[in-house]
Design a protein around this ligand. Structure first.
Ligand code: SF4
Length: 323
């Protein structure tokens, strides 16, 4: 199985910017960006980030506001704040040297078991298993495990299966990083959530789901749907051609990001509703209503391209053609 998967990976791996050089900094940044975000979305953000913050020292020296600005549009802003704290930790506590094991990576703020294993296996070839949603799906099908994708027991089984293969010392040439990346790549491009491409799969001879004649889509079981909370928010819109009134959020979600003032924050007169949009943040489904400000604003106007914006505000600015 090991040789089949690695041979397939050598021929089919996507040429992604963070795969050009296996440097800890680039792999770390890409792994954090890729959490909850599609590869195609991440690529332009990664390039922009690397131009501005080409190394850990430049990231550590930046202000949080600038870091958030370069993250703006990727969502889940806590990841950006923790990356920033992580960079400062590496510069201050490790004299700018990157950790040399997954265990050491776990001490970096914001780095959990997934990121630690990914960076250590890819850049140090440490034999430690990486488990994400793709790996869990591939393992469930290969091993014929009927558990839900978000069931902790599936995570444990997938991890121990992959770790066992990684720990097999009979493979002297075992490349741990390639194995982990190959499993994730197989899940992303062949053993897809729907319509897996079993005919072209390098592991079809080992796959219990396929051999049993069952529909691979039955593995893993569907995860229970999250319950969403519906929220309605009113914003006040005051803008000229290229500038608008924006306020930095200091509480709730999106702390540090800029949005139009809410009805409660606006002290002037408010006119008619000019539009609404829907936006989802984690398990909140937001309906945002925008009202036109009447008269001159007492609050200063800002160039929206100069500050970090919330996802909701980026959506609105695109809608009114100000971004
Ligand atoms: Fe997935 Fe099909 Fe390959 Fe099995 S044979 S691992 S279901 S793509």
């Amino acid at each position: 199985m090991y040789a089949d998967l690695l041979a397939w990976f050598q021929q089919n791996r996507r040429l992604l910017p963070w795969r050009q050089e296996r440097h800890a900094y680039g792999v770390w940044i890409s792994e954090v960006m890729l959490q909850q975000t599609q590869v195609d979305t991440v690529i332009p953000f990664y390039h922009r980030w690397m131009e501005r913050f080409p190394d850990v020292a430049s990231l550590a020296a930046a202000t949080e506001e600038e870091v958030l600005k370069y993250w703006s549009g990727l969502g889940y802003y806590r990841r950006a704040r923790l990356l920033h704290q992580g960079a400062r930790y590496i510069v201050d506590e490790c004299t700018a040297s990157f950790p040399t094991s997954a265990e050491q990576w776990l001490k970096v703020p914001g780095v959990g078991p997934y990121t630690a294993a990914a960076v250590a296996s890819i850049t140090l070839d440490e034999r430690v298993a990486v488990v994400d949603g793709n790996v869990k799906r591939v393992a469930a099908r290969l091993l014929g495990i009927k558990l839900a994708l978000n069931d902790r027991a599936l995570h444990t089984k997938a991890e121990s299966w992959s770790q066992q293969l990684l720990s097999d010392t009979s493979h002297n040439d075992f490349r741990a990083g390639d194995w982990n990346e190959a499993l994730m790549e197989l899940g992303a491009t062949v053993c897809r959530p729907r319509l897996p491409l079993c005919e072209t799969c390098p592991l079809q001879d080992f796959c219990k789901a396929r051999q049993s004649g069952a529909d691979p889509n039955e593995f893993p079981l569907a995860a229970k749907r999250k319950k969403f909370i519906a929220i309605e928010l009113d914003y006040v819109w005051s803008a000229d051609d290229k500038r608008c009134v924006l306020i930095q959020r200091d509480q709730g979600w999106n702390i540090g990001l800029y949005e139009a003032p809410t009805r409660e924050q606006w002290t002037g007169e408010i006119g008619e509703k000019i539009g609404s949009l829907k936006h989802t943040i984690t398990h909140h489904k937001i309906t945002a209503h925008f009202y036109q400000a009447v008269g001159d604003s007492q609050l200063p106007q800002t160039d929206p391209t100069s500050v970090p914006l919330s996802g909701l505000m980026r959506k609105w600015l695109k809608h009114v053609d100000t971004l």
